[in-house]
Design a protein around this ligand. Structure first.
Ligand code: AMP
Ligand code: ZN
Length: 278
């Protein structure tokens, strides 16, 4: 697949699933990696080419780990290349020390980091007046989630496997995933062919984290199927999207507001506040 084919596929996804509309204010979560960079470039290109009146801002969470300053610099370069304003928020300045929480709670740092990122990205995007939050999750990520949810019978989550998911609560920002139909190989190629700077491995912890190591094994499985079955991943992703509608009436838990911070959660206290309580 060539980089222009990646562009066409992403543009088609944006159009078919109505990811971008006139008057939107979109926040793109920028990690410094190839996927969110590719999503940012193609969203910005789409808005420019189609002359859409839509504001795009990039949001980066400086996680305060190892190479965080270098990661932030790369994000600045990526945003500058497309003329998008970048907001960097330091989690340390918000009083969050990921390593310390992981140690205290005896949890893997990647799991603590995931909770903090999910919470802050939604909250900050909303507080900045954005109606949509775009992430760089790609097709391979979704296919791996799909298999995992299938195996653990978490069918309800399959209903969220779509390029656009409306917020289930007024405080949950609508998610858009422009890369729903392009995988790791394609986003890497896109960044290389367009000389977009990105970090090879945005996080030093993901190299050894059990969940992330396993995820890479799943990717290998997907790519080995692709070798004997042409378009295996793309056709599977298209089937999953169609299938996702059947799972909508699963056991969706009611959203309420966290007793401590007021953010949406399905428990009395949200996951973010729970990891911060000693
Ligand atoms: P990950 O969970 O690390 O695979 O990242 C999934 C998506 O979350 C990325 O494609 C980004 O859109 C977003 N993301 C990850 N890390 C950050 C970060 N430090 N700051 C902002 N967005 C992030
Ligand atoms: Zn809370």
């Amino acid at each position: 697949m060539e980089s222009d084919a990646v562009r066409k596929r992403v543009f088609r996804t944006i159009e078919k699933y109505g990811l971008v509309k006139n008057g939107d204010k979109i926040c793109i979560a920028l990690s410094g990696g190839k996927d969110s960079a590719c999503a940012l470039f193609l969203l910005a290109k789409y808005v420019e080419e189609k002359n859409i009146e839509c504001e795009i801002m990039a949001l980066h969470l400086n996680l305060g780990l190892g190479e965080s300053e270098r990661v932030e610099d790369i994000c600045k370069e990526q945003a500058a290349r497309v003329g998008v304003k970048l907001e960097s928020v330091s989690v340390r300045e918000l009083g969050i020390d990921l390593r310390e929480i992981a140690r205290e709670k005896k949890r893997a740092i990647c799991s603590v980091c995931g909770v903090v990122k999910r919470y802050l990205l939604n909250r900050l995007a909303r507080e900045k007046g954005c109606d949509k939050l775009a992430t760089g999750h790609n097709m391979d990520d979704f296919l791996v989630f799909f298999f995992k949810n299938l195996l653990s019978k978490n069918y309800f989550w399959i209903s969220k496997f779509r390029p656009k998911v409306e917020g289930a609560h007024e405080k949950v920002v609508c998610r858009i995933r422009p890369l729903f139909f392009v995988g790791n190989a394609e986003t890497e190629l896109f960044c290389r062919e367009n000389a977009i700077p990105y970090l090879q491995s945005p996080c030093p912890y993901s190299r050894t984290d059990v969940v992330k190591v396993r995820r890479r094994k799943w990717y290998e499985m997907l790519y080995s199927c692709e070798r004997f079955q042409r378009n295996f991943r793309y056709n599977l992703a298209r089937s999953v999207v169609e299938m996702s509608g059947f799972f909508e009436r699963g056991e969706a838990k009611e959203f309420r507001e966290c007793r401590i911070c007021g953010e949406p959660t399905n428990r009395e206290i949200c996951a973010f506040c729970r990891i911060r309580l000693s």
